[in-house]
Design a binder for this molecule. Structure first.
Ligand SMILES: Nc1ncnc2c1ncn2[C@@H]1O[C@H](COP(=O)(O)OP(=O)(O)OP(=O)(O)O)[C@@H](O)[C@H]1O
Length: 343
């Protein structure tokens, strides 16, 4: 394990009924960093994040290593901010009491002191009138307040790592920003690393130091967030970026990435992204690429040197040709040649 890593994941595999949903993932979590896990639905982000906490769903079998094993230190050395705050809070206990219990699990303090710290923790995450709100039950909180209370809970013990699994999905846009801000502030205050699961590249740009792009249970690209976003080296990363509204061709709302990811039990041979990739060549349909070092990052793609700059153009022309009703025959139709031209 590298000396600067808080957590080292090596060849992680997670399967259900013998079918692998996460397929040999390796990465480190470094002290104080924000590491974003991104990728479309089903990429294996949540499973990976939950594996770090030892919180996989029933029926999951794993292999590989996650060191050190922090699952016995949940809430203290590693904690979770889930998508749905209600699943993290007990409905039958007052929010303040739950926080006070979390305080007492790590600090030998009186009940009165624990309660005072709980109120202070709620205050720090911006719960108005925290002393009174501490006496309320989770269902009496708004969605945004509940998520902030969960962040207070996840950071109260000063963990080294906070794992946030799509922490703002259930919220409206205004509360999303607030909650992300509070999460960023609290993790900085306690000096924790944050593993942030998201499918939102804007969130990655605003909050992450490094980004791990996943596709069909594998690493596609891993590197410094701004470098990866500004100049992706894997076609899949470029496709995700091209799907952002600012990269869409004027007046077009077609998704830049054609099709959907394969289900874990129905992977194509070779690179799982090949059927959707405008750069796919014969080798991509036969050999699954291993991550290789490229300019200070890891990229799993046979064809990365062929990627144009800006790489998002690869997919813009794809969606344009799609919108003209072309490129419909084969999976990679006429649009492909056009996209291969150097830009
Ligand atoms: N409890 C389960 N039982 C069986 N298969 C599962 C289970 N949980 C996850 N999977 C499989 O693992 C795949 C990856 O799941 P995961 O929740 O990690 O995806 P994700 O990238 O977090 O997607 P999303 O953005 O939709 O949350 C799923 O598409 C599904 O095929």
């Amino acid at each position: 394990m590298p000396s600067d890593a808080l957590l080292s994941v090596r060849d992680l595999r997670i399967a259900f009924d013998g079918v692998e949903a996460v397929r040999g993932l390796s990465f480190d979590v470094r002290p104080h960093e924000v590491l974003a896990l991104v990728g479309e639905s089903g990429a294996g982000k949540s499973l990976t994040a939950r594996a770090l906490l030892g919180m996989l769903p029933r029926g999951a079998t794993t292999s590989g290593t996650i060191l050190p094993d922090l699952s016995a230190h949940r809430g203290r050395r590693i904690s979770l901010v889930p998508q749905d705050a209600l699943s993290a809070l007990s409905p039958v206990h007052r929010v303040g009491d739950q926080l006070a219990a979390a305080v007492r699990s790590v600090a030998r303090v009186s009940r009165t002191e624990a309660r005072a710290r709980a109120v202070a923790a709620l205050d720090r995450v911006g719960i108005p009138d925290a002393a009174r709100r501490a006496r309320a039950y989770p269902h009496e909180y708004s969605g945004g307040m509940r998520q902030r209370a969960v962040i207070a809970m996840a950071t109260v013990a000063g963990p080294g790592i906070v794992v946030a699994d799509e922490p703002t999905t259930a919220l409206d846009e205004e509360h999303r920003d607030q909650v992300l801000r509070v999460l960023a502030e609290r993790r900085e205050a306690v000096g924790a690393a944050l593993v942030l699961v998201t499918h939102d590249m804007d969130v990655v740009r605003d909050h992450a130091d490094r980004v791990l792009v996943m596709y069909a249970g594998r690493l596609t690209e891993l590197g410094p967030a701004h470098e990866v976003l500004d100049r992706p080296r894997a076609p899949y990363t470029a496709g995700l970026l091209a799907s952002l509204p600012q990269h869409a061709p004027p007046g077009r709302r077609l998704p830049a990435l054609r099709g959907t990811p394969p289900a874990p039990g129905a992977l194509p041979p070779g690179c799982a992204f090949a059927p959707r990739c405008p750069l796919a060549a014969d080798i991509c349909r036969t050999a699954d690429p291993e991550p290789q070092r490229v300019e200070g990052r890891l990229v799993a793609c046979h064809r990365w040197p062929e990627l144009p700059h800006p790489a998002t153009r690869l997919f813009q022309s794809q969606s344009q040709s799609q919108s003209r009703g072309r490129g419909r025959g084969r999976e990679h139709g006429p649009g492909q040649e056009e996209e291969r031209q150097p830009v």
